[in-house]
Write a protein of this length. Structure first.
Lengths: 167, 253
């Protein structure tokens, strides 16, 4: 077994995903670093998982979500009863970003995660479900919404109505 | 069985996640639904744009803070280095052991085994192109002094020039009961050997020469009164025996 199967080889992919997820090189590497540290603390647990990669993505997901809560950022919500995507006011700046980055930044976090794990990281739906600890049916509905939303955003449509909700 | 084609099937088709039978059914269905085929193409275009935008990250050098680096500033920061090295070890060992421990919860004690740890350390660092060692052979005096101090007893990398292997350098690693040293050697064919050296257990018995094959790495190992040694390589048992014998004799003097 070559060491390419080990965690070292996963670092570039963790960085790619984190870059797309956060939209910032520094924030992405902070996230990767924290993910690697957390994996160190918990590595004994991961033997139960089938694959290293979904496990690492799941650690990264938890840290990212915790970090957003800690920073009192406003979380996106996937519930259908919350039809308006919640946005940070400062994300108006993101409209200046180039098309794709801008569109990604405007995607609700839970949709962005699924879209990136499937489209960019090419995880299977089952792996995405495991990484995000959600049912596979939820993976599919978020994927479907993410793709429709991304299409609309790339076509130049802005978020219908933005409102800031404090947490 | 021909379940109706669902939205999920179309996504799975776009993502190449359908089994062969379902794939055929969706193909057939799409022939009569060109508008849905266009939608699938759009999804695929989205994924391709993501790759165009972010695949460049894969080719970027990994920032030093994310991997154990070879430069002096790094290993002076021993705590940080230890954390990352532990991580590499933990992950690598966890990865190697996951099947075994699933069968036998007691197998965790195997973590203590010298050949296994040596093989994991070998597998982790041998493919390294940029940072195979922390201190290069060009600073051998420093390397020897440093590792001897950290392991608490005089330690010298064996000379293997007669076999065509030259010393690349060495690094300090955390073992399960303290510091461990790893020396790396390379020959003209770019084969790499690693010699893993850890302090002997206080009441540990000296053992003679032993062989183990761990995860496609050939490991010869033994202990003397001061250290446990393990020589790891990938050039086959016979070749490794020859090399290990040479190393063994140098330390046995």
């Amino acid at each position: 077994m070559s060491s390419r199967d080990t965690i070292v080889a996963e670092i570039p992919r963790l960085r790619r995903y984190a870059r797309a997820l956060t939209g910032s090189a520094d924030a992405a590497d902070d996230l990767v670093q924290e993910t690697l540290q957390r994996a160190l603390e918990k590595w004994r647990l991961w033997q139960r998982e089938r694959d290293l990669r979904p496990w690492l993505f799941s650690i990264m997901h938890n840290i990212h979500v915790d970090g957003r809560r800690r920073d009192h950022r406003i979380d996106f919500c996937d519930d259908d009863d919350l039809p308006v995507p919640v946005q940070r006011a400062s994300q108006a700046d993101a409209l200046e970003l180039r098309d794709l980055e801008r569109a990604l930044a405007l995607l609700p976090l839970d949709q962005r995660e699924v879209l990136l794990l499937v489209g960019l990281e090419e995880l299977s739906y089952a792996e995405v479900a495991r990484a995000l600890k959600i049912p596979q049916g939820t993976v599919m509905s978020r994927l479907s919404r993410a793709r429709a939303r991304l299409k609309a955003l790339l076509a130049g449509e802005t978020a219908p109505q933005l409102k800031v909700v404090s947490t | 069985m021909n379940a109706p084609i669902s939205e999920d099937d179309l996504h799975a088709y776009a993502d190449g996640q359908l089994d062969a039978a379902r794939l055929m059914q969706v193909e057939t269905w799409l022939a009569g639904h060109p508008e849905r085929r266009a939608q699938i193409e759009e999804w695929r275009t989205q994924a391709a744009s993501l790759h165009r935008a972010y695949d460049r990250v894969l080719d970027e050098p990994i920032p030093a803070r994310l991997v154990p680096a070879a430069n002096a500033a790094r290993w002076l920061d021993a705590r940080k280095l230890a954390a990352v090295a532990w991580l590499l070890f933990g992950a690598a060992i966890g990865f190697f052991l996951r099947g075994e421990t699933a069968r036998d919860p007691g197998a965790a004690v195997a973590l203590n085994s010298l050949p296994r740890q040596a093989a994991v350390a070998h597998a982790v660092f041998v493919p390294e192109v940029r940072h195979p060692v922390e201190v290069g052979a060009d600073q051998e005096a420093h390397l020897v002094a440093w590792l001897s101090k950290r392991l608490g007893a005089p330690l010298k990398p064996p000379r293997l020039e007669e076999t065509g292997y030259r010393l690349v350098g060495g690094r300090l690693l955390p073992g399960d009961s303290g510091e461990v040293a790893q020396f790396m050697y390379e020959n003209a064919e770019r084969n790499r050997l690693t010699l893993y050296v850890r302090p002997a257990a206080p009441k540990g018995a000296e053992t003679s020469f032993r062989y183990a094959r761990e995860h496609n790495v050939d490991v010869f190992y033994w202990t003397d009164s001061r250290f446990g040694y393990a020589l790891s390589g990938n050039t086959g048992r016979e070749d490794m025996l020859r090399l290990a014998t040479l190393v063994y004799r140098q330390h046995d003097k």
